[in-house]
Design a protein around this ligand. Structure first.
Ligand SMILES: [Zn+2]
Length: 472
């Protein structure tokens, strides 16, 4: 889709400029300044379906509107409604299209694009031994962190993600810096989870990262990551204290594989004072009723990663039981163990797994449930729902525009269900983060060939560090 101009002169200018920077229809026939960088106004006019995720703005829990406009005013949602005036805004034709908030990916490891396809015959611990753990004692570098994460950022943007939670293993400070720089270069909104596994050695570096990078970037947030176990108890306590000192959440993998509970993960969190509001637990699969009660009582949030859980034979998270306890649940991709970055496939897996295990097609999450989980639900997990997760005037303009008129999606029948069961990243035409277009007319902004080549070079180095010869 291209901006809809009102005169041939503007059409010509638009066609010349939109590829590199975007341009505006001013309504007066004069081209306006660049508006696709988050500094202008964009009117998406007459979208056939708008899922605002704000029940106050539209019908049902998803706040549905039909044939409605969305005005992006610089970095924010300016207005939602019918027949909004264009004034000086650039106009995108939304007819036949779906607008919804960008996906909020609550758990990823973007560097793991470098190990896609690694040890696909292994469960969690076998996969870790083959593809991750050797890197802690290897000279993995800034450019490795950058190359892997940069590819990951472009791939999640293509899938409609506007906020990514990147749990960095931070093998060393150099690697972490490259990882973080890739996030900042992407212009995504992000939560950088700094894996603090070498405390106290990394204390000063993490404080510096927050002060000099995170706090200066309006798109950036920080969480502290740690692997809580009985054997890693001292480090768990140190990470919790650092999170408290910095005023940020702790983020941990919890009871992912069947072998995890015996390592004392939950007890380490309890004794370390970490079971508290804001704690994000990833996976959270092997859970008793009493343990779920405990997490719910402390407003602990869950990142659900169904594609990864299937790939690693980890099990099926008790998502309906979490929902019954009013826990905040978001959807995550989990890096190299779902291999790709397809958020639509993740929603479909989240629905399908519960149906497969319960024999109940009405089981939570339904398609509307999972679309909320993948957007506003994720924002709630991260504590960012005041700023993102719904298309509400005043919130950040983190929006995706989806084309359902494609071979994989058409014809129109029930678009909410079709988003889950038919949607693919290729259906995402435009992605805006804080009003800046990161995917334009079906193409992710950036030098993809260069990013892929850099990632391949980094992956080649990693494969040597892992000491394995992979079949090509
Ligand atoms: Zn993970």
């Amino acid at each position: 889709m291209v901006p809809q101009p009102r005169c041939p002169l503007v059409l010509l200018i638009v066609m010349l400029v939109v590829v590199v920077s975007g341009c505006a229809n001013t309504g007066s026939g004069q081209p306006a300044a660049v508006v696709l960088d988050g500094t202008g106004r964009i009117l998406i006019r007459n979208a056939s379906l708008v899922l605002t995720m704000d029940p106050k703005l539209g019908e049902g829990p998803l706040g549905r509107l039909q044939d409605a406009d969305v005005l992006i005013d610089r970095d924010r949602i300016g207005a939602v409604g019918k027949h909004l005036p264009a004034d000086s805004a650039m106009v995108l034709d939304g007819h036949g299209k779906i607008i919804m908030p960008g996906f909020v990916d609550v758990h990823n490891h973007l560097w793991q694009t470098l190990i896609r396809g690694c040890a696909t015959d292994q469960e969690l611990n076998g996969w870790l031994r083959s593809c991750v753990l050797p890197l802690y004692s290897s000279p993995i570098s800034d450019s490795d962190g950058y190359g892997g994460a940069r590819l990951g950022t472009l791939d999640v943007i293509s899938s409609g993600v506007t906020t990514v939670t990147d749990w960095s293993h931070a093998f060393n400070a150099d690697f972490a810096r490259g990882n973080l720089r890739a996030l900042q270069d992407s212009r995504l909104r992000f939560v950088f989870v700094y894996g603090a596994n070498q405390l106290p050695a990394t204390l000063a570096e993490i404080r510096r990262v927050k002060r000099e990078s995170i706090d200066r970037d309006p798109l950036a947030h920080l969480e502290i990551g740690v692997h809580p176990t009985a054997a890693n108890y001292d480090n768990t306590v140190a990470a919790q204290r650092l999170a408290e000192e910095l005023g940020v959440p702790l983020n941990v993998h919890l009871h992912e594989s069947p072998a995890d509970p015996a390592t004392g993960q939950l007890d380490a969190l309890r004794r370390g004072g970490a079971v508290r509001p804001g704690l994000v637990t990833d996976h959270t699969i092997q859970m008793t009723d009493a343990e779920l009660d405990e997490l719910a009582a402390h407003d602990v949030r869950v990142a659900h990663n169904p594609l990864s859980n299937m790939r690693l034979a980890s099990g099926i998270a008790r998502v309906p039981d979490m929902r019954a306890r009013h826990m905040k649940i978001g959807l995550g991709l989990d890096g190299g163990t779902d291999d790709g970055s397809d958020m639509f496939a993740d929603t479909k897996a989240a629905v399908g797994l519960q149906r497969a295990v319960s024999h109940d097609p009405a089981r939570f999450p339904t398609p509307p449930d999972v679309l909320r989980m993948a957007t506003l639900g994720g924002a709630e997990v991260l504590g960012l729902d005041g700023a993102i997760g719904s298309i509400t005037p005043g919130k950040q303009a983190d929006v995706q525009l989806i084309n359902p008129g494609a071979l994989d999606f058409a014809p129109q029948l029930d678009w909410v269900s079709q988003l889950v069961f038919n949607g693919q990243p290729t259906n995402v035409e435009w992605v805006f983060v804080a009003g800046r277009a990161l995917k334009r007319d079906g193409r992710v902004v950036g030098d993809q060939a260069r990013v892929i080549a850099d990632a391949q070079a980094a992956s080649d180095r990693i494969q040597k560090l892992l000491g394995r010869n992979f079949p090509r």
